[in-house]
Design a protein around this ligand. Structure first.
Ligand code: AMP
Ligand code: ZN
Ligand code: ZN
Length: 320
């Protein structure tokens, strides 16, 4: 991260100590030692939780963990900050990728001595590779709908009041960039780090929205957290990856660009889109098939299920 040799930790310096810095955060012009980077990270997460009034110390939080650096770093930070946080993992049935990430999530839960709830998609629905094969939808979009559905259903049934995901600044900026390129008012009006609870929907929060991908990777490494390093095989070619590359080039030249783009959107533009949303809001119904909250008659997951089952039925009839 462009750390010059011999640079000292800024916090140690204020205490009269000359410790070498191991991290340089260009967008904050801040050089820190390992101990003070960990402290800085946790304070920043706490500040974000307070800024957006995400949750309180007496609430039961469910951290949605993928086995990756962001969600495990988030779970670790929440526990260290004194929050009551358990984990939730969805086994998407994506071969080695799911097996490895599940083991890492389990290992972490044992280390912090917290409950990890595990849901197996193949028992509830169909695994992602089957859905990818049997529908015309991009796997990532179907996967997103499925994850949100089961996260919400289980959090509510298990008695948690809030779901925390590991979405980081890079994720949020890439999505914001994509939505802005399309001027997708609908998505832009929902891009906020807190989605409040309503009729069957649990509150959803993103406490790492002001933490970069590099920072959460460093935090995980410094805390000896083992995480899955490779991306999901289905995410290859996703446009968000292209946007991230582009935005990283900009950030390299002008540190702070991402944070500014995102923070100023939240401060100045989101309030305008929120008004738009209030006018457009459709009433929230219950899915006619499964009873889960949905803005249409039949929810996204039940529609997906129908699509897959129709394809499987046609295949069975043809092979008869
Ligand atoms: P992604 O959609 O893969 O970028 O992940 C965004 C966030 O969703 C992660 O930081 C996790 O909080 C959550 N998440 C992703 N995959 C899973 C999974 N298999 N089980 C539970 N939560 C997940
Ligand atoms: Zn220090
Ligand atoms: Zn449904």
């Amino acid at each position: 991260m462009g750390l010059r040799k011999g640079t000292k930790c800024r916090i140690c310096k204020t205490k009269g100590k000359k410790t070498n810095a191991v991290v340089f955060l260009p967008q904050h012009r801040l050089a820190l030692c390992k101990e003070h980077f960990i402290e800085w990270f946790e304070k920043r997460v706490e500040k974000t939780i307070k800024e957006f009034r995400m949750f309180h110390k007496n609430e039961k939080i469910l951290v949605s963990v993928s086995g990756g650096k962001d969600s495990l770093a988030l779970w670790n930070a929440l526990i260290k900050l004194g929050y009551n946080a358990d984990g939730f993992y969805i086994d998407l049935g994506i071969g080695d990728y799911s097996e490895t990430s599940k083991e890492l999530a389990k290992k972490f839960a044992e280390r912090v001595n917290k409950t990890l709830h595990i849901v197996e998609l193949k028992k509830e629905f169909y695994p992602i590779p089957t859905i990818d094969e049997k529908t015309n939808r991009p796997a990532c979009s179907a996967c997103g709908v499925i994850k949100r559905y089961y996260m919400n259903k289980y959090a509510r049934e298990l008695g948690y009041s809030v779901i925390a995901t590991g979405h980081n600044l890079d994720d949020e900026v890439a999505v914001l960039f994509g939505n802005t390129l399309q001027w997708d008012l609908n998505y832009l009006s929902r891009q906020y780090p807190v989605l409040r609870e309503e009729n069957g929907f649990i509150r959803k929060v993103k406490p790492l929205c002001k933490i970069t991908e590099k920072e959460s990777a460093l935090y995980s490494v410094f805390n000896n957290i083992e995480y899955i390093e490779y991306e999901c095989p289905f995410s290859e070619g996703a446009s968000s990856i292209e946007y991230k590359l582009l935005l990283n080039q900009l950030e390299e030249k002008h540190p702070g660009t991402k944070l500014k783009f995102y923070s100023e959107f939240l401060k100045k533009v989101y309030p305008i889109f929120k008004e738009f949303k209030a006018k457009q809001d459709k009433p929230l119904n219950k899915c006619k098939i499964c009873g889960e909250p949905s803005y249409s008659e039949i929810c996204g997951v039940c529609r997906l299920k129908r699509e897959v089952e129709n394809k499987l039925k046609i295949k069975r009839e043809v092979s008869r």
